[in-house]
Design a protein around this ligand. Structure first.
Ligand SMILES: Cc1cc2nc3c(=O)[nH]c(=O)nc-3n(C[C@H](O)[C@H](O)[C@H](O)COP(=O)(O)OP(=O)(O)OC[C@H]3O[C@@H](n4cnc5c(N)ncnc54)[C@H](O)[C@@H]3O)c2cc1C
Length: 377
């Protein structure tokens, strides 16, 4: 039977799109996943929802991250009502610490532009920061506090999205790698897998770091997605050292309510290599030790890595390719796929159900790479 919508890739993006489509009334939704849903980048992430803490400037990408963050309270509450799974949305807020002259300069710049633009951000002295986080290093010079930057437990989020699919008849075909899109005329009509074809009226590519491995058929993709490895280490402590996410210019810590404390992350262009390295563990321990010397001295309880999907300009790739019908791309969310999942799901589902195009499809469309500087004579 032909699916109404065929979603390739069951990470946070594919699963969220499937849920949103189902809520809008789509009946035959199928996810094709090369392994098991939710075990790649989306599983490896730290779950920070930090548009403000990460932004050097405003613009359409910043706007999109804010809009998606603002969807999170409802997204989390609805998922809990639908599945019984609390996804651990923690709205305590996020700190940004400065240690050196250069850090203070960068922190002040971030503070100034966001304050001027009217976003909620507080500039704190070292004493104020340490009152809020008593285990913070005595070397903290200044801090910013972003009240509206949160975190979610991404693994619980994936569990909730998988459960939503399971209880609502969304078909998941796992352990099945899509090799090629089937294009008839200018219309994508399905996908080729090792043992045959799977047909769909609409196809969505939500294949993260692996997107460029899929052959399109008649045309080349106008963009390339590369894997960027990120490693994380975790400590497990009986007592919770920190209450908030803390960023620095070199990395971050994310305290979870179950006593885990995540420290991230590396940015490595090493292809599809997911092994973890001792060098990265040392670097991450140093980052933790800078934020709080008492944490840097603990023993590591766990470590892992994931492959972030990265397009050449570091921005998402959303929408369709000129001249190809029946195909929607939703990939290259790079460092922000957990944050951007609710908005991506909403705008992709709206588009597929005929609700029209969100401006993000223009700003982040795949065809922006066709005419990139340097490709024209
Ligand atoms: C260390 C680290 C920390 C991060 N921290 C954060 C954070 O704090 N906040 C945040 O917002 N983001 C964070 N991210 C980024 C975030 O994890 C990604 O942007 C997001 O997970 C991308 O989601 P996705 O569904 O596109 O990709 P994935 O989760 O990788 O899912 C893609 C899926 O497609 C499947 N697939 C691929 N090719 C095929 C094929 N040919 N056939 C069938 N299936 C296929 C894969 O198996 C996979 O399951 C982090 C990432 C890493 C690695």
């Amino acid at each position: 039977m032909t699916s109404e919508v065929l979603i390739i890739g069951g990470g946070v993006i594919g699963l969220s799109i499937a849920r949103e489509l189902h809520k809008l009334g789509a009946k035959r939704i199928t996810i094709v996943e090369k392994g098991v849903c939710g075990e790649e980048s989306s599983w490896a992430a730290a779950g920070m929802l930090g548009p403000q803490a990460e932004a050097d400037s405003g613009g359409s990408f910043f706007d999109m991250t804010l809009a998606s963050r603002d969807l999170y309270p409802d997204f989390a509450a609805e998922l809990e009502a639908e599945t019984g799974i609390d996804v651990g949305l923690d709205r305590s807020g996020t700190f940004y610490f400065a240690f050196s002259d250069e850090d203070v300069r960068a922190l002040r710049e971030r503070y100034e532009w966001q304050k001027k633009a009217g976003f909620p951000v507080e500039l704190l002295t070292a004493d104020e920061a340490r009152r809020a986080e008593p285990f913070a290093s005595p070397s903290v010079r200044e801090a910013l506090f972003f009240r509206g930057d949160w975190q979610v437990d991404n693994r619980k989020l994936l569990a909730a999205l998988r459960k939503y699919a399971e209880i609502n008849g969304i078909q998941i075909i796992k352990n099945t790698t899509v090799e090629r899109l089937i294009v008839e005329g200018n219309q994508v009509v399905g996908v080729e897998v090792a043992n045959g074809e799977i047909r769909g009226e609409q196809t969505v590519l939500a294949t993260g770091a692996w997107t460029s491995l899929i052959k399109v058929g008649v045309a080349d993709m106008p963009f390339k997605v590369e894997p960027v490895r990120g490693q994380i280490i975790a400590f497990h402590t009986a007592k919770q050292f920190f209450k908030h996410v803390v960023y620095t210019r070199r990395g971050y810590i994310v305290p979870r309510s179950d006593g885990r404390l995540l420290v991230g992350s590396t940015t490595e262009f090493v292809g599809f290599e997911k092994t973890t390295t001792a060098a990265a563990a040392d670097l991450l321990r140093e980052i933790a030790g800078e934020i709080a010397p008492s944490i840097g001295a603990l023993s590591i309880s766990d470590n892992w890595s994931g492959l972030r999907p990265f397009a050449a300009d570091g921005l998402p790739v959303l929408g369709s390719i000129a001249g190809i019908e029946g195909l929607t791309i939703a990939t290259a969310h790079y460092r922000n796929g957990i944050l951007l999942a609710p908005l991506t799901a909403r705008i992709v589902a709206d588009r597929l159900i005929g609700g029209g195009d969100h401006p993000a499809f223009t700003a982040f469309g795949p065809d922006r790479f066709r005419f990139a500087v340097g490709s024209m004579s």
